[in-house]
Design a protein around this ligand. Structure first.
Ligand code: GLN
Length: 486
């Protein structure tokens, strides 16, 4: 039986009804991976033996009449930058080649405790820096909807694997759009929870004030199920929020009457592709027909978001990546004669060009004489961006717009000019700067058969509202079907 095409909630149902064992499901997914990986290349490591062992343990617990957990037997895969005792944690970088983590990230521990079966790890842009997964030091990942197009990034492997039915859901990380943008380009649901909702313990840091872990799923219900397991306070992460975690599946079927949906004027400009605009607008109109109230809102500082983000994230990256010096982890240049040589040669040989560019930019904006002009100024603009949202959320309950200005683009199309690549994040990064929850869901296909994503942004810790509106959109517009992978 081809269990690989099912959603997590269908698998949970099948396991609980004893229609399928966890081992049968894991085997179905492992077979699927073998069949389509040559065309997708989403996985960096497949943990075949350990997946079957985990599944057998789930089945044994069920046979003993024990509660095997809310995700019992659900096959999941992880972005390469989440620490796992199993396999390697390389962040798709040469500098961490061969690195084995001594511990599991909290998000990974939570999945294991919930009975999920971990299938392996997924490709990404090196250290999560990029929007196309082309910055991976390991390989390129292809978009399952069109092998000539990128899957988006930086969680490109996480999105491609879900779209290609190689796992029931995956984990990604989102610093400036890295869950939502690839979800949009590959036609999955992707959620960046509110900053602090999911522990960052064991997530290799890129920009600590922006990073969040979140799920990429086949539908909105699965997103809610994954959040139920992932969210919660963790004393191991000092920025983890100690707030109650609701059952996120409970509000999915809520009414749209009285829900005020804000459409930011600044998101619907000429930068937006016509086909993306059409699908987003059609979905929002359908919400209105269901009783939601549409209102135009303004986020006047949006035009500074890209510039602000690329100062804040590079500054934090330059501090975070200082630890990769050839002394403690991974790659050490074999020919270095002195200590200074070892630092310089290990970093130059270990980091790819985009990571080097970010470290240099970040070091520059933090250096004495430039700190006030760049870093401090960016922090001030960040506050203004946050205030724009505070004002908008006085008038509306949720903000809707496109996730990405265009559908999936072709390999090489944006690699020559980093600025064009950075503009892919134009609609996603303010959410991270303002520490809000954001979700992308598929809302249609272009004439050439590429998915279009609708983005919903909410008040801090109001993921429930996003899920409720997203669930309604999904029901109104129907699914977008499966990519032509056969
Ligand atoms: N594309 C953005 C960047 O390159 C976002 C990355 C992310 O969210 N990790 O920084």
């Amino acid at each position: 039986m081809a269990w690989y095409g099912k959603t997590a909630h269908e698998l949970i149902e099948a396991v609980s009804q004893r229609q399928a064992s966890a081992v049968e499901i894991a085997e179905s997914y492992l077979g699927r991976i073998e069949a389509v990986e040559p065309r997708v290349d989403a996985f960096t490591q497949v943990w075949r033996d350990s997946a079957l062992e985990q599944a057998a343990r789930v089945d044994a617990r069920i046979a003993r009449g024990e509660n095997a957990g809310p995700l019992a037997g659900v096959p999941v895969a992880l972005k390469e930058l989440l620490c796992t005792v199993e396999g390697e944690t390389t962040c798709a970088s040469r500098i961490l080649a061969g690195f084995r983590s001594p511990y599991d990230a909290t998000a990974v521990q939570r999945l294991k405790a919930a009975g999920a079966v971990l299938l392996g790890k997924l490709n990404m842009d090196e250290f999560a820096m990029g929007s196309s997964t082309e910055n991976s030091a390991i390989k390129l990942t292809r978009n399952p909807w069109n092998p000539e197009c990128v899957p988006g990034g930086s969680s490109g492997g996480s999105a491609a694997a879900v779209a290609a039915d190689e796992c029931a859901f995956s984990l990604g990380s989102d610093t400036g759009g890295s869950i939502r943008q690839p979800a949009a380009l590959c036609g999955c649901v992707g959620m960046k929870p509110t900053y602090g909702r999911v522990s960052r313990f064991g997530l290799v840091a890129f920009a600590s004030s922006l990073d969040q872990i979140g799920p990429l799923t086949k539908d909105v219900r699965d997103c809610a199920l994954a959040l139920n397991v992932l969210c919660g306070h963790d004393p191991m992460d000092s920025t983890s929020a100690d707030v109650p975690v609701p059952d996120f599946t409970r509000g999915l079927d809520g009414d749209m009457r009285g829900v005020r949906v804000g459409l930011p004027r600044e998101f619907f400009t000429d930068a937006l592709s016509g086909e993306v605009r059409e699908h987003v607008e059609a979905t929002v109109k359908a919400l209105e027909a269901r009783g939601a109230e549409l209102r135009e809102v303004s986020l006047p500082h949006s035009e500074y978001a890209v510039a602000t983000y690329y100062i804040v994230c590079t500054a934090e990256a330059s501090a975070n990546l200082a630890r990769f010096d050839g002394v403690r982890y991974g790659f050490r240049h074999p020919e270095a004669k002195t200590m200074l040589d070892m630092y310089v040669m290990s970093k130059t040989g270990g980091f790819g060009p985009e990571v080097q560019r970010r470290i240099l930019l970040g070091t520059y904006v933090l250096s004495s004489g430039y700190y006030d002009a760049y870093y401090l100024k960016a922090q001030q603009v960040r506050t203004l961006i946050k205030r724009d949202f505070d004002r908008a959320f006085e008038q509306v309950d949720v903000i809707a717009g496109p996730t990405s200005p265009t559908p999936a683009f072709r390999f090489g199309e944006k690699t020559a000019d980093p600025l064009t690549m950075y503009l892919s994040d134009i609609y996603t990064i303010s959410c991270n700067l303002a520490a809000l929850p954001g979700l992308s869901l598929p809302c249609g296909l272009t004439a050439s058969g590429l998915p279009v994503g609708l983005q919903l942004l909410g008040r801090p810790f109001d993921e429930e509202m996003l899920l409720r509106v997203a669930h309604c959109c999904e029901q109104l517009r129907g699914g977008i079907g499966k990519p032509p992978l056969a």
